[in-house]
Design a protein around this ligand. Structure first.
Ligand code: PFF
Length: 452
């Protein structure tokens, strides 16, 4: 067990690896469309409040469990208490559901990257381009296959480190480019400042239960929580690394990138649509519809567009690789299968589910599960149902069975735990209460009581 686990060389290695897994399409594609849809400033406020309380406590807890048990999630819960083995299993199911549709979006990113590189900027900036593209049936499927194929080859060959190295160079460039796009939009586009106000100023009349449900689902997704990943990361870190400080850095980084992505997209939607509700609420397509319009207006837009999507592609690949690696390592540990066979098995299930998500926009466009298109349904199922259940069980487990003291002691191995009071209160009272409310709202939403 412990002795042959590989470990991160130091704190920076750990923070960067965890941040690499955390920063992905969740920050760049998912956060802006949710913020636009659920009221702008109010969503941002709820998200930040949840992140520093709830996200903080849960991430500390997961990393501490991993470091204490030296096990990955599926075994860690069971090793501490047999009755909670199910939490590990449910957590392991989350990446199985996310990976396929994540790869469908990854395929869209590749298509856009190639489109800009080929100079099709003005066609891509047309309102109907994205919708028409999704309706093409097979082309999006081919890009999905390519994206998941690359992910599988990297995982099969075990060469993640190489991709991580490239992505460490790409990440700062991506952030720099986002800043350039933000400044360009704000300086040149009429109406963009109204969008900044919409994004930054909380409008309490827009607050609804769905704001909290969506913000919490996004928090899990973006910070890779409630799916066992942080437990696995925790099992690799040494005892002298400060969990508290690392978590703060990962959170600031992850939220910072999401915040900037919102600032890049939301004011631009305002500038192009005059703050029209329908444009703001369009959902998963938002980034793909809005960004090409900015690139079209920018000097050198085709080049900047292609460069931007290359970098997003790398961020997406590091995330999809860590998603697939998680599932593959479970197969290897539990079924004692080899790496190749496990990867092929994961690839097989992902192909089936991914195909459903992709075709859900074309030949199966009429198919609805509880009123949602297939991709939206998978997203809702993992983020709004499965992850809250895992998070609730984790909070109850740590708060009442293991007791916060166990986590606090683990954290204090490297020095004092400054926010231990906050941690204990959140994990025992705030988190279970909030998640329960969220779960009930999600279930009511699923039954059509709330509007999504
Ligand atoms: N946190 C990633 C994102 O925001 O895109 C998604 C993700 C990646 C979740 C890797 C889980 C994971 F293992």
């Amino acid at each position: 067990m412990g002795s042959n686990r590989s470990s991160f060389t130091g704190k920076i290695g750990f923070v960067l690896a965890a941040a690499g897994s955390a920063v992905g399409l969740g920050n760049i594609w998912r956060f802006p469309y949710l913020a636009a849809k659920y009221g702008g400033g109010i969503f941002l406020l709820v998200y930040i409040v949840l992140s520093v309380t709830f996200g903080f406590a849960l991430m500390v807890a997961e990393i501490a469990i991993g470091r204490k048990t030296q096990l990955s999630a599926i075994s860690a819960y069971g090793s501490l208490d047999k009755r909670f083995s199910f939490v590990g299993v449910l957590g392991a199911l989350v990446p199985v559901i996310i990976l396929p549709y994540y790869s469908v979006i990854g395929g869209w990113v590749m298509k856009y990257m190639v489109g800009f590189a080929a100079g099709h900027t003005s066609q891509m900036a047309e309102d109907s381009y994205f919708g028409n593209y999704l309706g093409l049936t097979w082309e999006p499927v081919l890009w999905f296959l390519l994206f998941i194929g690359i992910t599988a080859v990297v995982v099969m060959l075990g060469v993640e480190k190489g991709v991580e190295k490239v992505s460490k160079v790409m990440m700062p460039i991506l952030i720099g480019l986002i800043l350039v796009i933000v400044i360009y939009t704000l300086v040149t586009m009429d109406g963009a400042w109204d969008g900044v106000v919409y994004y930054l100023k909380p409008d309490f009349s827009k607050f609804s239960m769905m704001t909290v449900v969506a913000a919490m689902g996004q928090l899990f997704y973006s910070m890779s929580l409630a799916m066992g990943i942080m437990i696995t990361f925790g099992s690799y870190i040494k005892k002298d690394i400060s969990i508290e400080k690392s978590v703060k850095q990962i959170e600031i980084f992850d939220t910072g990138v999401a915040f900037l992505a919102g600032l890049m997209i939301i004011p631009a939607v305002f500038a192009f649509s005059g703050g029209n509700e329908e444009a703001l609420g369009q959902g998963p397509g938002l980034m793909f519809v809005t960004l090409p319009k900015i690139f079209e207006a920018m000097p050198g837009g085709a080049f900047i567009g292609a460069a931007f999507f290359v970098m997003v592609l790398f961020a997406a690949l590091t995330s999809s690789i860590s998603l697939m690696e998680t599932v593959v390592s479970i197969f290897m540990d539990k079924l004692k299968w080899g790496r190749k066979l496990s990867t092929l098995a994961v690839l097989g299930t992902s192909l089936v589910l991914g195909l459903c998500s992709s075709l859900g926009y074309s030949v199966w466009a009429e198919v609805r599960i509880i009123g949602m298109q297939l991709l939206d349904f998978f997203d809702f199922f993992s983020n709004s149902l499965l992850m809250p259940v895992v998070a609730l069980a984790t909070a109850i487990f740590i708060g009442y069975v293991l007791k916060p003291k166990t986590v606090i002691e683990e954290v204090e191995l490297s020095g004092p735990f400054k926010q231990k009071k906050l941690f204990a209160v959140v994990i025992r009272y705030v988190a279970p209460a909030c998640i329960l409310v969220i779960l009930i709202s999600s279930i009511l939403t699923a039954f059509g009581v709330f509007k999504i």
